[in-house]
Design a binder for this molecule. Structure first.
Ligand code: DP6
Length: 332
């Protein structure tokens, strides 16, 4: 069966122009309703829809240009990488989806603006920026929805990094992935805030890819996840549209905890959250009882992310002094 994203790329590349240097930016994103579990592992087709908020100027700047050495070159944050490193080989495998057997040597330069101390993954922004830069480099006429479909092949969450603000990735039902891409949820919410509380910014114990596959394969609790996650995603989209912050926060936090519960029931268990993560959650829940309105969400790592509104920013900063606050609707 033809893969929808590959078919799109092939069609667009049949009218490609000679490669020219092109730079693009994509923001990182945090899911408020999580993607966890695939129905097709090769295509990153999810078992449930998900909804995220993009992180404004925290993301990836990627430039794709013809290489002047006759060889591929890949650099990350100013450092030239050996082509067999994990970052370079993932990037080049993705580039090969475009240039195919046509040996166009390219120079790929990526700079992440996400502070390393925030401990956030950058594969979402990285593949979204690389998709945009490749389309620009080859002069491809593809819509943002089509670029989202293509970015998904690099990493599922990258499909949501083509836009700022709230973004929903519909799971789709087509076997070839033709209807599994994201779209922006056009709600402007200038007072919406995110805080990242770094817990451990070293490499994670398992990649999210391995973690989700292992959970699907072994966790008896996973059975309940796809239907609940779909419900949460629909509810969260509705609360975003209604700007009902309390309901949004409650559902986002419950969705994240449910995702982590599926992993704890995996055999052997996967525990991305460590003792410090739980102690921050405990502190948050105590502060909430005293009136601080903020909710937590956690991904495939120990760091805690909070969502709250601008009016709570100074209370958040004094409760969690190392929190890094992001205003998702204030971006360049
Ligand atoms: C917990 O998008 O990194 O952050 O598709 O295998 O590359 P692959 O996985 P990835 O998974 C993200 C998982 C998550 C939840 C989310 O972002 O929705």
């Amino acid at each position: 069966m033809n893969d929808a994203a590959k078919t799109l790329i092939a069609r667009a590349m049949s009218e490609a122009s000679a490669p020219t240097s092109f730079s693009a930016y994509a923001p990182s994103n945090i899911a408020l309703s999580k993607y966890w579990g695939k129905r097709d592992r090769a295509r990153n087709l999810p078992l449930n829809s998900s909804l995220s908020i993009s992180l404004a100027d925290w993301g990836s700047h990627t430039q794709v240009a013809p290489s002047d050495t006759g060889q591929d070159q890949v650099s990350l944050n100013g450092e030239a990488l050996a082509l067999d490193t994990s970052f370079a080989s993932k990037a080049l495998n993705f580039v090969d989806l475009f240039r195919g057997n046509n040996e166009t040597p390219l120079n790929i330069t990526t700079k992440n603006t996400i502070p390393t101390a925030a401990g956030l993954a950058s594969s979402a922004s990285g593949f979204a920026a690389l998709t945009r830069a490749l389309c620009g480099c080859f002069g491809l006429d593809l819509s943002e929805a089509e670029m989202s479909l293509i970015a998904r092949l690099g990493s599922g969450s990258a499909s949501r990094s083509l836009w700022h603000g709230f973004v929903r990735w519909d799971k789709g039902v087509a076997e070839n992935g033709a209807d599994s891409f994201a779209h922006p949820v056009s709600v402007d919410w200038p007072d919406f805030r995110i805080a990242i509380i770094p817990v451990d910014t070293g490499p994670k114990s398992h990649s999210s890819r391995d973690g989700m596959n292992h959970t699907v394969d072994t966790s008896p609790l996973f059975e309940a996840w796809p239907a609940q996650a779909e419900k949460d995603c629909n509810a969260i989209e509705r609360f975003v549209r209604e700007k009902d912050f309390t309901a949004l926060g409650q559902h986002a936090e419950a969705n994240a905890l449910a995702m982590h519960a599926t992993m704890q029931a995996a055999r052997p268990a996967i525990t991305y959250l460590n003792a410090r993560s739980w102690s921050i959650l405990d502190q948050l829940w105590r502060a909430r009882q005293k009136g601080l309105e903020a909710y937590a969400t956690m991904d495939a790592g120990p760091n805690i992310k909070l969502i709250f509104e601008a009016k709570s920013a100074s209370d958040i900063q004094s409760e969690f002094p190392d929190a890094q606050i992001i205003a998702p609707f204030e971006h360049s």
